[in-house]
Design a binder for this molecule. Structure first.
Ligand SMILES: *[C@@H]1O[C@H](CO)[C@@H](O)[C@H](O)[C@H]1NC(C)=O
Ligand SMILES: *[C@@H]1O[C@H](CO)[C@@H](O)[C@H](O)[C@H]1NC(C)=O
Ligand SMILES: *[C@@H]1O[C@H](CO)[C@@H](O)[C@H](O)[C@H]1NC(C)=O
Ligand SMILES: *[C@@H]1O[C@H](CO)[C@@H](O)[C@H](O)[C@H]1NC(C)=O
Ligand SMILES: *[C@@H]1O[C@H](CO)[C@@H](O)[C@H](O)[C@H]1NC(C)=O
Ligand SMILES: [Cu+2]
Length: 169
């Protein structure tokens, strides 16, 4: 009864929420497909990990390849060759006032541009600008523990700031 009442209310008041599917690692690539989407409040964003060993991990525009403190994270999702089942992970949009930024934590992938956005603006902090910034961190490796191993690169300051913020939480 409770469920039926809620469902009718939703139908009556708002357009139904969408489920937006993202394919991760298709054909052995280091990609999210599509890599940038728009979503409304209450839409679900579902990542289907079809191959490889990847994550969908929330970051920030300022530090594309560093975990956002308190952000959401799929964790590593690994698919064996020839697997008949694939893992998937999703989250629900509960705030559309800001874009959401994601990257893959697997070593080297973010630096190859394996990043994703929801509701990125079409000027200023665009998806392309985010991906370009991610690639600039190619020589910086951020381990899952938050330890930062680095050689000199333009991405260092922003990445280090993100790690410090993470440790303070
Ligand atoms: C894999 O490659 C094939 C052939 O190029 C293409 O049709 C298909 O859409 C690709 N699949 C993914 C998940 O990228
Ligand atoms: C989103 O979900 C919340 C909580 O379930 C609900 O109160 C709100 O009306 C929904 N908004 C839209 C736009 O679907
Ligand atoms: C996936 O990658 C992570 C990080 O590199 C590693 O710790 C984990 O063992 C890998 N999983 C599998 C099943 O290879
Ligand atoms: C939704 O809201 C909660 C509480 O504010 C937050 O912790 C969580 O990260 C949000 N989810 C996403 C996907 O942003
Ligand atoms: C990474 O380092 C190599 C060798 O030091 C350099 O050639 C390359 O341009 C650097 N890449 C980036 C994105 O900084
Ligand atoms: Cu990856």
């Amino acid at each position: 009864m409770h469920f039926i009442a809620l469902a009718s209310l939703a139908l009556a008041s708002v357009a139904s929420a969408e489920n937006i599917i993202i394919t991760v690692g298709g054909n052995g690539t280091t990609t999210y497909s599509p890599s940038s989407v728009t979503a409304n409040l209450n839409d679900t964003v579902t990542f289907q990990f079809v191959a490889g060993n990847h994550t969908a991990t929330q970051s920030t525009f300022a530090a594309p390849c560093t975990n956002k403190p308190g952000g959401v994270d799929s964790g590593f999702q690994s698919v064996a060759a020839g697997a008949t089942q694939i893992p998937q992970w999703s989250f629900t949009m509960n705030d559309t006032s800001q874009p959401l930024w994601f990257y893959c934590m697997q070593t080297g992938h973010c630096g190859k541009g394996m990043v994703f956005s929801v509701n990125a603006p079409s000027s200023g902090n665009t998806f392309d600008a985010f991906q370009t910034a991610a690639k600039k961190t190619a020589n910086t490796t951020s381990a899952p523990s938050g330890a930062l191993v680095t050689r000199t690169s333009a991405g260092l300051l922003a990445a280090a700031a993100g790690v410090v913020a993470g440790l303070l939480l």
